[in-house]
Design a protein. Sequence first.
Length: 505
Amino acid sequence: MGWLLLFLIISQLTACTTVSLREDTVRSDPSYAQPPATNGPLADIARKILNENGPGASGFKLLDKSYDGLLWRLVLIDSAVSSLDIQTYLWYPDKVGRLILEHAVRAADRGVRVRLIVDDLLTIGLEQLLYELEAHPNLELRLFNPWEHRGTLSRAGEMIAQMERLNTRMHDKLLIADGNAAVVGGRNIGDHYFGLSDAYNFHDLDILGIGHIGRQANVMFDSFWNSEWVVSAKNLETEHDAEFATKKWQEIMKKNRAAEELNQFGAEPKNWDRELSALVHELHIGTSNLIFDEATADEVNQNVAAKMFNIMGLAKKELLITNAYIIPGQPAIDFIQGLTDRGVRVRILTNSLASHDVPAVNSHYEGWRDDLIHAGAELYELRADAAIQSIVDIAPVKGEFVGLHTKSVVIDRSIVFVGSMNFDPRSFNINTEAGVVVESRELGEALAQIMERDMSPKNSWQVLLDDDGEPYWVSSGEVLKTQPARGGMQRAMNVIFKMFPKDQY
């Protein structure tokens, strides 16, 4: 996403802070995930799957609805008996952010070992809270690629001085419970990603896996946890403030219980045996490979993009792609042309300008529309008023529009990818990305049906070219000669951002 613009906006809205990172930063000793738990409800399900299907198997459920995305995170957190690991790009201090935080802290309170990795991008003004969380005896919190000087202006100055380092962000999203269950996908922790924002909400996708995927996820998490790119929050230059900690905790609990939108989930941890019992019959069995960019001592080894194109190249009949932010480049166009030349049907869904939250991406994508179509792809763009808003928004919330944040692929309805990687320069060359590749015909068919639903006229515009090679948009009997937008300001921003470097998006 256009995180630099978001950073600047947040900077203006957040009070300055004088807290810095300690000059004598202490690197934590390496530590690793515990062995998968052998007791508890998640262990019971994992054991059943592995016993019946072999040691490399897992059961998978697509988290398509916003409600399911939040519900199953809470289920895993509340059901953990030994360990809970959460890795995320953004963790907003909003309704969803506070709810997940309370459940995670309560897991630590009952003796679960909790480890959190959060990208440092939007932690402005939260230093004292981060420090107090790290002080919990069963909770550790580390920041990915942190700013040394934490005030708003000093962050901006450091960004200019150390652009190459600070431009690298951890875009991954991962939650692991007991080493037996994991959620991988596109959702950050915040209201927009779970249908609880009045402004707009994202149509997004995660995948819940139980079984061998938990062990694979442990490897990924430990890779980041022990990386030199992360720093413990105990290195923040502040001290324990018992009064602040008590007051902040009471504030979080009060807000969680006062939020009407959260009543259906419950602020208090609960027993989820009924939901877990039903889940067993909903899981699609398959084998998985969790792929991720590695943050080594000196650099980030970007390998997810290359692996993704290798996997997509296996397509013999059909390739379905849903991706929020696409700026393809000529090699990607040539790749698609190669697929269609050998008879593969390629369908792609991305954001329209109207559904976009980052106009800058659309500014650099729109010049590639005709190339994608000439290469043989069928191109679709999400409608801002998509019918799927009914599963994107969680009642009583109704956002002003629907945006697309999903990153998924299906190859021949038998190989699935769900993850964090956009098809743009930032994901290919700058950020760390991750995703899970699953071989399962049942799961492939299930995801293909979701993607085809999203490409239908009630949810998307199909982009076609007229006899003069100019694009036009068709949806539900309506034809537009100019790209759909929510208003004149959005069209103006689309023009302005053409002057910005595309390799930053």
